[in-house]
Design a protein around this ligand. Structure first.
Ligand code: AMP
Length: 285
């Protein structure tokens, strides 16, 4: 496995195989867990060469966010990658000129809602760094987790709107045995907070179950989810039901319109997010 630190080295390392072999990119911020490993496994199945980028991107952190304390575990990450058959880790010191890039991407209305409403500039930073990584690695496919549904949606729109020659693959959320979505930020939770954090997925499950048994009214579904959260004293930053692709608000679940329930909440020092599909009974029959 190659570990490269500069765009020029990444380019050189891939040069001899580019064109004859397919390349998959898995962008990460490191502190790899089973969710990341599932992306890598899927990449391994679908491409000849698997590249994992590990870069804590300052552009996607707000001023009072956790950039400085974000966990950095490169040695362990490299071991996991080696065992998973990764061909190259791209681990740059920085991707930006001093003072930040002169030119960057700006995401439209999709970045003003849900997480974007609470993290101004976050998705501009994500779109910009993913664009840079895609330009450096030039993969045939790039893999992203459904856990960050809004991010996945924005990346899909970016690739479509900017005619970028890459296939985007979404990978289902990997969860702890009790249902908590795996996340590098789960490390911030103490034992009591860890127990409460399962409430997010429980609320989404309740909504999914009610949808599957015929409830179509989104207000009713949201009230059921909110009741689960409030029973544990959790006031979410948002709990919402949106069209899965456009992220437009839905008032009613309608067959043929994919719906997604999405939640974000602070538990102790951690800001946690999760989402699940809401399938009507008809979708299962
Ligand atoms: P991060 O390192 O948190 O920026 O995540 C890197 C990639 O891994 C993103 O595409 C995430 O959506 C994905 N990811 C993170 N957690 C999970 C999870 N529990 N299941 C599936 N994918 C995940």
């Amino acid at each position: 496995m190659d570990i490269v630190r500069t765009p020029a080295d990444a380019c050189r390392t891939l040069a001899t195989r580019r064109g004859t072999q397919s390349i998959a990119l898995v962008p990460t911020m490191g502190c790899l867990h089973k969710g990341h490993m599932e992306l890598i496994k899927t990449a391994r199945q679908q491409a000849d060469i698997v590249v994992v980028s590990i870069y804590v991107n300052p552009l996607q952190f707000g001023v009072n966010e956790d950039l400085d304390r974000y966990p950095r575990t490169f040695t362990a990450d490299a071991d996991h990658c080696e065992q998973a058959g990764v061909d190259m880790i791209f681990h740059p010191h920085t991707l930006y000129a001093d003072g930040g890039p002169q030119v960057s991407l700006q995401v439209g209305k999709l970045a003003d809602i849900l997480c974007g409403a609470h993290r101004p500039g976050h998705f501009d930073g994500v779109a910009t760094v993913v664009n840079i990584l895609l330009n450096i690695i030039r993969p045939d496919l790039a893999l992203f987790g459904e856990k960050d549904w809004q991010q996945l949606t924005i990346i899909r729109h970016m690739v479509h709107d900017l005619h970028m020659p890459v296939r985007i693959i979404g990978v289902p959320t990997v969860r702890e045995p009790d249902g908590l979505a795996m996340s590098s930020r789960n490390r911030y939770l103490d034992a009591v907070e860890r127990k409460r954090s399962v409430t997010l997925s429980q609320a989404l499950h309740v909504m999914a179950r009610q949808a599957a048994s015929g409830t179509r009214n989104c207000r009713q579904l949201l009230d059921a989810g909110l009741a689960v959260l409030q029973a544990q004293g959790i006031t979410p930053e948002y709990l919402d039901i949106r069209h899965a692709d456009t992220l437009q608000t839905l008032n009613e679940l309608i067959p043929g319109k994919p719906a997604r329930a999405l939640v974000a909440a602070r538990i102790g020092k951690a800001r946690l997010i999760d989402n699940m599909p809401l399938d009507l009974m008809e979708a299962h029959s």
